[in-house]
Design a protein around this ligand. Sequence first.
Ligand code: ADP
Ligand code: MG
Ligand code: MG
Length: 532
Amino acid sequence: MSQSRLKSCIPLPIDHKMLVSVIEKAKDWALMHGVGMRDKKHFNKDVIQIAPFVLLPSPFPRTEFNKAVELQPILNELMHKVAHDDEFLEKTLQNALQVDEFTANLFDIWVKVREEGITQPISLGMLRSDIMLESRCPHTENQCAKHTPYCSWKQVEINSIASGFGHLGPVSKDIQSFGLFRSDYLMQRDGNRIKQVEFNTIASSFGALTSHLPAMSRYILRQLGHGDLIKNMPENRALSGLCTGITDAYDLFGVPSAVVLFVVEEVSYNICDQRFHEFEISEKRPDIMIYRKTLNEIYEETRLNEKKQLILEDRPVAVVYYRSGYEPAQYPTTKEWDARLRVEKSSAIKCPSIHYQLAGTKKVQQALAAPGVLEKFMGAGATTGRVRDIFAGLYSLDFDENGERAVDMALADAERFVLKPQREGGGNNVYGADIRDALLRMRHSRERAAYILMERILPPLVAGYVVRPGAAVPPPITDLVSELGIFGVIIGTKDKIYCNKQVGHMLRTKLADANEGGVAAGLGALDSPYLL
Ligand code: ADP
Ligand code: MG
Ligand code: MG
């Protein structure tokens, strides 16, 4: 099935001379406001280059954007409950743990911490729920005729269709049977509604960089003579919102001499995004000192005192914010695991605590979509229905009847799915024909239980220009698809939630034919939503 299409916010193509000039201005704006990254290929700590970005803000339906924003505190609370349900986490992860060493190591730390007794019951979640628009209408003709709230019908000028059917995407073949033809309009069935890709509980990035993006897009639109459009661009206060998570947790810790510790990679390519958090906190809370340490440095330079405070340079650590520690390569030796265990045992408030990280696994996401599970956490009300509605099809690959059925389904039509291991950070999933190969290889191996199967979301296309560091200017017009992330902050213990809010968003956009779009991985580009 072909993908539907959303119109770009201004008519394309942009005149060549104008385009070259605006891209030059936009690149300078990006560089001079820190919309940048370090170059992986020619690493030089002193050099920041532009982060890849999309020249024009990508269209996003306003109602779906608002829905995602409204759902965020509900999802925050759901994940908070999941993270504190020991039995559920244990049961959900048990098969994956037997074959996935990384998740098993995280789980072991959680077991050890609980055995010793939890020193710090408060957790800080700086979360990001990732969402794509599913362009396919989910309904049968009958349901659509009843105008269910899930499916919108859009008026489309018939002239546009004559000038290019493909531009408008699929027009329902049942249009005639519903008698919706009019002299100059046609109703197009348009399913564009949000579906959750995943829920990140550790090192959710790009809140800082994308907080600059609306201002950058406003500047670009004005340079293109379309300043009137900026009213459709929502402000994004992700950076300040996320930082209040850290400072609120710091205040709950309540020790004036305490410091904040960012756990960072050996080399931070995404340095601007991380440093802006530090600058923001330093500006608002000059009393708070922030350190950046790798897990190895934490191993070497910290200790636990008799009160189980994590001591760094003779001062207790109030908050530990992980921007590393989410993938196996970040634990090259046992020292890194020992450091992680020390932090988890300490009284510092962790973002995330180890059980939050476990709650963010793909396996948990899949388990939440199983019948009756959301109800267990949220009751059976309308809100539960709203959450379920954003879940795509998610299937366990365990060795039982359901798992076998899922394998058969994927082997029969691999293009319909994404195969996901228990990993974070992008580049780990399996797509298309590779799913067949992987499942045939794993069909009788326990390794299978470390994966989940997810229905592939087919977002609408939008034409646009991607600006990349070092690439030829102007870039070609290409078909793009977007992924929206909504940031949330939650602070609480098992029984008490101190703070729970939605704090901002990020949009990243990739070439329509790319499987993944991680910006840090060099595939995606920073973007901001243009609300329709
Ligand atoms: P990670 O934790 O590694 O980021 P994700 O589940 O977000 O894992 O997958 C990485 C990327 O793969 C996403 O950003 C998205 O581009 C793509 N992707 C993941 N799941 C789907 C899906 N169900 N449909 C379409 N694309 C997907
Ligand atoms: Mg993730
Ligand atoms: Mg992701």
